[in-house]
Design a protein. Structure first.
Length: 580
């Protein structure tokens, strides 16, 4: 990216010199009309939830044509009428992870930088805390249509919520030296930050307090909030947010912007789009029709390594926005914000690992493909940290976390070499980054809490319905009420508490002195029912009411599942070569 362009981007986005467009006075509680300066939006009142909702609010100009692979810009002023904000805007172009299936036609719209607001009835003089939700989907799929109503209602309508969309796949994460020089890499992360600046400038009109913003996300959304937490090398402070909720934060290999792998993906994408022989491939891509680009995006993603997406966040030059590996910034505690709540699930890895790993040789082959920059010595280090099980049993069951058999040996989904692979991927990609996040927010005035979602089968993503709904049969009301209040307590007061469910449990903040504690969220009792699990091709048992009850405990996160803390330190020691 050219120096002058870089300076303009930094000035506009990160020095925060003021609102993008001057905003009008607070909304009228009667007509729910909000004047954002660049446009006027009419919301709707939901009499069931007692919330006011605005869907499809534009927060940036359409990133189309020459604005592809550029930093987001303020919306053009359009005051020809009031926008009826009652329907969701189009989602961004979508693509599945490998191996597919590929989509036969485009499944999104490049003009997708919109957000949705859910707010309790406005009370003059009262400003509520704000939750901003960033969706997951591997940075290649997903949208901002998650309904925030249930979690707000579970917390007595005591906060405002905003759900955003950001550019995905090649549109948001295309990277190479040419993209960095003549545009921006990590455009999707810049979209997230731009939406957060919109919140700072405008949320007061919806009854929200711009000084009490908590950003949240699951999977790639959790990864996104992690990257926002280390953005600008931790120099943003609390200018965009003070709190973070990171659920299963996704940390795939984060290569340098011009490294061989992202550069090869760029070259392949330009070839699929018919731009390989252009004098300027990026200029050519900006002129290509959206159907061609969306098709190229889908095909490139489905041709990637199993369980992965092709286009992911990268490390930028020192003048950029994401300039370090997360493991580096988190180890040195160079972070933005003050408070964090982090969660992981008991079985994160299985959906992303091929289900045919039956030997140590097959495991090693898979590891070489998943992490191609690791040396033979690094691979030996991983295999030593994740040894083959001493158990000859092939019976699958949910572990207690305390032993004697642990996630090193077995889960409800797998045993043997398959379980080793599932657990390695889970801890390297989701669980250990969640621990590192917790440790980064210790000391000084920061506070840090951790939980594990263990309700069987606790696959990656199974937790989302627990806090947002609609609840699944194995998530009874007695569980979801507490789970949602834990989030709510953190959003409202940086303290994850529940008035109705933790009983006599004392859930201490995470500390970085070898006594790191977490809350294990599980259930007990109930009636068993069988669910087919496609990831491993097996049937699993879950439990539903009547008779199902909460089973919560505070446990040592470092000794959990056979010494997870020590394994995370092993992964940290080779993190620069994974690289994460």
């Amino acid at each position: 990216m050219a120096p002058m362009a870089r300076a303009l981007v930094v000035s506009a986005l990160w020095l925060l010199v003021g609102p993008l467009v001057s905003a009008a006075p607070l909304l009228s509680a009667q007509n729910l009309v909000v004047d954002l300066g660049y446009g006027v939006y009419q919301g709707v009142h939901n009499s069931t939830t007692q919330l006011n909702v605005w869907k499809g609010i534009r927060y940036a100009s359409p990133p189309t044509g020459d604005l592809r692979w550029r930093a987001p810009t303020a919306p053009a002023v359009s005051r020809n009428g009031t926008v009826n904000a009652t329907t969701f805007a189009p989602q961004c172009p979508q693509a599945p992870d490998a191996p597919g299936p590929g989509a036969p036609a485009p499944s999104g719209d490049e003009d997708c930088l919109f957000l949705n607001v859910y707010a309790p009835n406005f009370e003059p003089g009262r400003k509520l805390p704000v939750l901003v939700w960033i969706h997951g989907g591997g940075y290649g799929a997903g949208n901002g249509r998650t309904d925030m109503s249930e979690i707000i209602n579970a917390n007595d309508n005591n906060f405002v919520a905003v759900a955003i969309q950001y550019r995905l796949g090649a549109f948001g994460f295309l990277s190479s030296a040419e993209v960095e020089q003549n545009g921006v890499v990590n455009a999707g992360i810049l979209d997230m930050a731009f939406a957060l600046q919109w919140v700072q400038d405008n949320i007061g009109q919806f009854g929200g307090d711009a000084h009490r913003v908590t950003i949240s996300g699951e999977s790639a959304g959790g990864g996104g909030v992690m990257l926002l937490g280390i953005a600008k090398n931790g120099t943003l402070g609390s200018s965009l947010f003070s709190g973070i909720v990171a659920a299963s934060p996704y940390l795939p290999p984060q290569y340098d912007f011009d490294a061989p792998i992202p550069t090869q993906k760029y070259s392949s994408f330009t070839s699929r789009a018919g731009c390989a022989n252009a004098t300027s491939t990026l200029s050519c891509l900006r002129s290509v029709d959206t159907v061609t680009l969306q098709t190229a995006n889908t095909n490139e993603n489905t041709a990637s390594f199993y369980g992965n997406w092709a286009f992911l966040p990268v490390t930028e030059p020192s003048s950029g926005f994401i300039t370090t590996l997360p493991s580096d910034s988190l180890t040195s505690k160079r972070v933005n914000g003050q408070h964090i709540l982090v969660g992981n699930n008991a079985n994160e890895g299985a959906p992303f690992v091929p289900s045919n790993i039956t030997s140590t040789a097959a495991l090693t082959t898979w590891l070489r493909g998943a992490y191609p920059d690791l040396s033979p010595s690094d691979l030996d280090t991983i295999l030593t940290a994740y040894p083959a099980s001493n158990s000859s049993s092939t019976t699958r069951f949910a572990t207690s976390g305390l032993g004697p058999l642990t996630a090193l040996d077995v889960s409800q989904l797998a045993t043997g070499a398959q379980q080793r692979a599932d657990n390695i991927y889970a801890e390297a990609t989701f669980v250990c980054p969640s621990y590192w996040l917790n440790s980064a927010f210790t000391g000084g005035n920061r506070t840090s809490y951790h939980y594990q979602y263990s309700v069987p089968v606790s696959l990656h993503g199974n937790d989302v319905t627990g806090y947002f709904g609609p609840a699944t049969p194995n998530q009874p009301p007695v569980f979801t009420k507490v789970f949602r209040q834990i989030w709510g307590g953190f959003i409202e007061a940086a303290k994850p508490t529940s008035a109705e469910g933790l009983g006599n449990l004392t859930w201490p903040a995470w500390v970085d002195d070898g006594e790191s504690r977490m809350l294990n969220l599980n259930t007990t009792g109930g009636v068993p029912f069988v669910v087919p699990e496609q990831a491993e091709g097996v049937n699993i048992t879950e439990f539903m009411g009547p008779g199902i009850q909460n089973d919560f405990s505070v446990v040592d996160a470092l000794t959990w599942e056979g010494g997870r803390g020590a394994r995370c330190e092993v992964l940290r020691s080779i993190a620069s070569r994974i690289p994460i």
